[in-house]
Write a protein that binds this ligand. Structure first.
Ligand code: ADP
Ligand code: ZN
Length: 784
């Protein structure tokens, strides 16, 4: 028998191996295998993606044999592999790259090869000599990988192989099979008399319990030595058992029983009577969307099926988790990047072994090997964190819909402000629209006042209306959130005389001054610079423009010295313990004014918060982007929606252009009008959902290389012209990142078919045409 194996390498192909007569377990689709790979036959972890009795086109004698099939279970389901194939096809990746992006790294077996010197005679050639000298210098065993780093050159591996053949160099392998999480148990065998206090006590405990984890016995004061002694006498045995780590969680807070309203029931009913449709469940914050989807999840579980709930990075808070646990108990599986390597392996295995029915996590949960999936939910479906920023650059929302099709189960996309794409698809009937029109509680949505920053008198960025609203709110003992889209202090030091702007030398974007560190920081690459106050070109004193959270915080403290002000942004919650304390302090009313970024506007409910201000609604988007109207609209709705969730509240939106439809319609709660205008604009300018974009990006160290890239690009252009509209290469909106110049082209296909055909050509042609050049194929781009 033969197995088709996917490996984590960027070549767009799979590999055929012979299934060995003997292995630790039977070959099966989705199982991991350990296979020799490449010239030097290093062992690599692969995934079986198909099994064949016969193979054609390949000479069987050249086929290598699988080294081992270590597990008696599959790490991916058949449906997973089908989804991975779709992702690889759409996002220009190999099947192996996709599978290994999702598979926790703890499952990947690493082979470390060591080499050492045996003799020194018969050394020939420059590379051989270099290798032998290196081994002599290092003495003893050397990791092969560090040798290949120390000695550059293409033939290092084959030279090592020659040296091994000639008996000059020896090789040793050290394979670390990933340890699946296990736990030691002490199990009673037979009772014999024992001496010694400790042994008697241990035996007493085990007589009644029969078996206990060693860890528990230790907690009861029985040392491992005692246990080992009992085991040596044959009284007990120590067993190593699989143990899926439980991820620590916070206590439950919410235990109410909910009776759905007529509208919610109607939506629920539509979902529960559907087989495999995609729904768009939308309505203002507080309209009861989450209760609907949790009910749908509960019904699904009652029918014996499993549920996958995807949430954005910032939304996965203890509060959200508590709400889900309130429905399903503590047996839900959460999955996100903050978990340890061991925990990720454990959670993955809980899906493999069907230990839970409810799985909740960030975009990386998309591929969890859940069996009998009955429902997929994508909460805050408009959120940009659903887009992966590394290869494969998949879009988890789009692929969740795809997974629903493959699993033949319904998908619910949930949002107060749906993406324009999903809204459009719901409006033409491709998705089924479920709208919840009203807030559940009789607390009205906050009244939103729009302030014209050009017209109204202000102190810095604080308009008179805002200043008096802040005073009134805090006097009533309530809280204020001031939202600004950027952390740091000011955005740039700028010379009023010659126009000099302090920029990152690697990324060519304005630097942001962080006062607490007294550093200028690049928000693209993170590089820190010493602050400058005078123009390096002409010596004039620099002026500082723009606002970040730090500057707002400082100005608030000057304007309102008697109020307690706190900053809530990535910088202040970087440490999780401090972050959690900060959030609970805010909830407990220890602060009056919160200055925050997106972190403050997502996930957390602040009961005393009744006034929200968006300080600069229509700026702060660094980059020109066809989605900037959509983002402005979403930011206003989400941020102002934090106000008055428990008591009536109000919001102030300050803008330089209050007539901008994104600002105006958000403030007037005329969402339909916003979408109508935005969809019309997208259609006129042929943006998604009316086209299917792919951004090609090239990164070069020297601008002089551009010609060469452009020539090759023109060759490529001829081949993809039938499928894409291809504009010329241009500098990217962020023209330089980490010292590399970026050039992009924003291509568009007219339909999905052309997109897939075009991507297929890109996948085949680009590695050959652009060998040695850094490039990226971004399908469904979110950031340019
Ligand atoms: P959304 O997801 O639209 O923001 P939620 O589902 O979170 O709305 O509901 C907002 C609040 O109203 C929550 O506290 C929720 O528990 C409560 N709620 C929702 N539906 C009902 C209902 N039918 N009866 C009572 N309370 C409800
Ligand atoms: Zn930079």
């Amino acid at each position: 028998m033969f197995a088709e194996v996917a490996l984590n390498i960027p070549l767009d192909r799979t590999f055929i191996y012979r299934v060995p007569e003997k292995a630790s377990s039977k070959p099966q689709l989705g199982k991991r295998v350990i296979v020799p790979f490449g010239k030097s036959d290093f062992l690599k972890t692969g995934i079986i993606v198909s099994l064949k009795e016969k193979i054609e086109d390949i000479n069987e004698t050249y086929i290598k044999e699988i080294f081992d099939i270590p597990d008696n279970f599959s790490l991916f389901t058949e449906n997973n592999i089908e989804l991975a194939r779709e992702i690889a096809k759409r996002y220009a990746s190999s099947l192996g790259e996709v599978l290994f992006l999702f598979l926790p790294s703890g499952f990947v077996i690493e082979e470390t090869s060591y080499i050492y010197l045996k003799r020194e005679d018969h050394v020939k050639g420059k590379i051989e000599k270099q290798i032998v000298d290196y081994l002599k210098k290092k003495k003893g065993k050397v990791k092969l990988i560090s040798l290949s780093r120390a000695i550059k050159g293409k033939s290092v591996y084959s030279t090592v192989k020659n040296l091994i053949r000639k008996g000059i160099v020896g090789k040793e392998e050290d394979i670390t099979y990933t340890l699946l999480p296990t736990q030691k148990f002490a199990v009673l065998n037979e009772i014999k008399p024992v001496k010694g206090k400790k042994e008697i006590k241990a035996l007493e405990i085990l007589k009644s319990a029969k078996e206990l984890p060693v860890k528990t016995l230790k907690e009861m004061g029985i040392s491992y030595d005692t246990i080992k002694r009992l085991s040596a006498k044959g009284i007990i045995r120590i067993e190593e058992r699989e143990h899926l780590v439980n991820v620590k969680k916070q206590a439950l807070t919410d235990n109410r029983k909910i009776i759905l309203t007529a509208n919610q029931k109607k939506a629920l009913n539509e979902i529960m009577t559907s087989k495999d449709e995609t729904f768009l469940l939308y309505g203002v914050t507080g309209s009861g969307k989450m209760e609907v989807y949790l009910h749908a999840a509960l019904e699904t579980v009652k029918r014996g099926k499993s549920v996958l709930i995807l949430v954005p990075e910032l939304l996965l808070t203890p509060e959200l988790r508590a709400r889900v646990e309130n429905y399903f108990g503590e047996n839900i599986v959460v999955f996100h990047s903050k978990l340890s390597k061991k925990e990720l392996v454990s959670q993955w295995l809980k899906a493999v072994k069907g230990k839970s029915k409810v799985f909740m996590g960030t975009r990386m949960s998309l591929m969890l090997p859940i069996k009998d999936l009955g429902l997929i939910i994508v909460d805050e479906e408009q959120d940009t964190s659903y887009k992966e920023q590394q290869k494969p650059l998949y879009h988890a929302r789009e692929m969740a819909v795809k997974r629903g099709n493959i699993e033949k189960c319904p998908v619910i996309l949930v949002s107060a402000t749906p993406s324009v794409e999903s809204y459009y698809r719901a409006s033409i009937g491709k998705y089924k629209a479920l709208e919840l029109k009203k807030r559940i509680s009789n607390i009205p949505l906050p009244y939103i006042k729009v302030v014209d920053l050009k017209e109204e008198k202000r102190v810095g960025i604080f308009s008179e209306s805002l200043i008096s609203a802040i005073k009134n709110t805090v006097k009533k003992g309530e809280q204020v959130l001031l939202f600004i889209n950027r952390r740091g202090f000011f955005s740039s030091g700028f010379c009023p005389k010659c126009g000099f702007v302090a920029e990152c030398e690697d990324c060519a974007v304005p630097l942001v001054y962080h006062k607490n560190m007294n550093k200028l920081i690049c928000h693209i690459c993170g590089k820190k610079y010493s602050p400058i106050y005078r123009c390096p070109e002409c010596g004039t004193k620099l002026e500082f423009k723009g606002y970040g959270t730090e500057r707002v915080e400082e100005e608030v403290k000057v304007l309102f010295p008697e109020f307690r002000t706190i900053r809530l942004d990535q910088d202040s919650v970087r440490n999780p313990t401090k972050g959690a304390k900060l959030i609970s302090d805010i909830k407990n009313g220890k602060y009056d004014i919160i200055v925050g970024t997106q972190i403050a506007s997502k996930g957390h409910n602040f009961p005393k918060l009744t006034l929200v201000a968006v300080l600069m609604a229509d700026t702060g988007y660094l980059l020109p982007d066809f989605r900037s109207a959509e983002r402005t609209f979403q930011t206003i709705v989400h941020t102002t929606g934090r106000a008055g969730r428990f008591k009536p509240g109000a919001a102030i939106v300050q803008a330089f252009d209050p007539e901008n439809p994104a600002v105006k319609y958000a403030a007037e709660y005329k969402f339909d009008l916003f979408y109508k205008e935005e969809i019309e604009a997208r259609e006129i300018f042929n943006y998604p959902p009316f086209s299917y974009p792919v951004v090609l990006e090239f990164q070069i160290e020297k601008t002089s290389k551009f010609r060469k890239v452009e020539d090759k690009f023109n060759i490529l252009k001829e081949k993809i012209k039938p499928y894409f509209n291809v504009p010329p290469l241009n500098p990217a909106p962020i023209p330089k990142i980490s010292g590399r110049y970026r050039f992009i082209t924003f291509m568009r296909a007219a339909n999905e078919n052309d997109l897939l055909k075009g991507v297929d050509i890109l996948k085949k042609e680009m590695p050959i045409l652009f060998r040695g050049i850094r490039y990226k194929i971004d399908v469904d781009p979110v950031y340019l």
